[in-house]
Design a protein around this ligand. Structure first.
Ligand code: FAD
Ligand code: UDP
Length: 373
């Protein structure tokens, strides 16, 4: 230990968005925080860096910032400038690159039609398989666009990504992807679609550059083995691991990332992400330059290969996992001096902005508890 942890009021485990936002908020009101992460860097899964060829890449997969929460943007704007970026994704289906979310251009391109908006709406009405109630991801897609589009765009991708059939996953997973009858090719429609101008790592560096924050990287937190007294612990790692998997392991989905650099090619693909629902073992290819706006004579791409073992990247939303999580949640709630916050600690398929919003709320409560409002 380089520092003397006895001097700290709060221990924060995990330097991703959840832990870093809380550390910053508490430090800002004068509390002394020790922030640790088992990894050698800050930023959690949003960490970015220059690769060996000088291209700004996201080490743990593409992170596109989008939100409707003005409060989240306002808060983060203290630590970064922004650059506008509207994300676009194409899916390779039957040899064509077609817009996803499915829209008018997708339907006309796939079926060789020339439908207008009303025609596309009527088409969906004709092919959809109404489902009631809508419980699974299969229900969501069949209910809106019917079986052929389900098979071509969703089934294979979902099976690869989750190792489960869409019928085995909660509705919320596929419901992330809207269906459109117009020509809007944006992946998101949020009010704020912006990327940190100098990258995420720079944002985190500024957020954590506070004299009340002691940062210890490469440090593992093990429950019951932390022997330096603090008034409160904020834990942002996997909730089951905190309790030594006492009720059994919660499933997480992991990924293997494969990067490739092309020194003499300025562009690899027409948009930032191309999805491969039916071909190959990987789900998608990201070309970073599209989202970072970097100019460079070469380009770097990343393929994502889903797997069950490894770093826990995604909670797996399905009823039996929710039930198991709720047993851990009850245990967590009984720990008065520990807060569980973030995608892994709350076992929620949270986007970055949702994690920031949750962390801001927890920080407010903690400040009230630890120093009064
Ligand atoms: P994390 O970022 O996972 O941070 C938790 C930290 O805790 C980690 O750094 C970990 O090392 C540390 N830790 C855990 N246990 C311990 C321990 N025992 N001791 C010490 N340290 C520990 N969101 C979006 O908004 N847009 C996107 O485009 C997007 N794309 C994504 C793509 C991928 C491939 C993935 C995996 C996620 C994506 N997300 C995206 C979600 C985003 O990554 C998360 O919402 C956010 O980063 C979660 O922040 P967090 O702090 O909760 O968790
Ligand atoms: N999905 C799909 N086909 C696609 C895109 C998404 O089947 O072309 C499904 C799939 O189950 C995926 C989920 O929708 O896991 C959510 O997609 P999103 O792009 O939000 O995933 P993330 O970026 O979080 O990995």
């Amino acid at each position: 230990m380089k520092s003397n942890p006895k001097k700290h009021d709060v221990l924060v485990v995990g330097a991703g968005f959840a832990g870093s936002v809380i550390a910053e908020r508490l430090a800002n009101v004068g509390l002394r925080v020790i922030l640790i992460d088992r990894r050698e860097h800050i930023g959690g899964n949003a960490f970015d860096e220059l690769d060996e060829n000088g291209i700004l890449i996201h080490r743990y997969g593409p992170h596109i910032f989008h939100t409707n929460a003005a409060r989240v943007v306002e808060y983060l704007s203290q630590f970064t400038e922004w650059t506008p970026y509207e994300h676009q994704v194409l899916a390779q289906v039957e040899g064509q690159l077609l817009p996803i979310p499915i829209n008018r251009l997708t339907i006309n391109g796939l079926y060789g039609l020339n439908l207008d908006e009303a025609g596309v709406k009527a088409y969906f009405e004709r092919v959809r398989e109404p489902r009631e109630p809508i419980l699974t991801s299969e229900d969501v897609v069949l209910n809106s666009v019917g079986r052929d589009l389900y098979e071509k765009f969703f089934r294979g991708y979902t099976c690869k990504q989750w190792g489960l059939d869409p019928s085995e996953l909660s509705a919320g997973v596929a419901a992330r992807i809207p269906v459109r009858s117009n020509d809007d090719c944006r992946y998101f429609t949020d009010e704020f679609q912006i990327m940190p101008k100098q990258g995420y790592n720079a944002l985190f560096q500024r957020m954590l550059a506070h004299p009340n924050i002691t940062l210890e990287l490469g440090m593992e937190f093990m429950t019951d083995k932390w022997c330096h007294p603090v008034r409160h612990v904020v834990y942002t790692g996997p909730v089951d691991a905190y309790f030594n998997d006492c009720y059994g392991k919660l499933p997480y989905r992991s990924l293997r990332f494969e990067r490739e650099h092309f020194a003499n090619r300025t562009q690899f693909q027409p948009v930032c992400v191309v999805n491969y629902p039916n071909d190959y073992a990987f789900t998608r290819i990201t070309e970073f330059k599209h989202m970072t706006g970097q100019t460079h004579p070469g380009t770097t791409i990343m393929r994502e290969y889903p797997k069950s073992e490894g770093d826990p990247f995604y909670p797996v939303p399905r009823r039996e996992n929710e039930t198991l999580y709720h047993r851990y949640k009850t245990l967590a709630e009984s720990k008065e001096n520990t807060s569980f916050v973030g995608r892994l600690a709350q076992y929620r398929y949270y986007n970055m902005d949702q994690v920031v919003a949750a962390a801001l709320k927890v920080a407010e409560k903690l400040i009230e508890k630890l120093i009064g409002s």
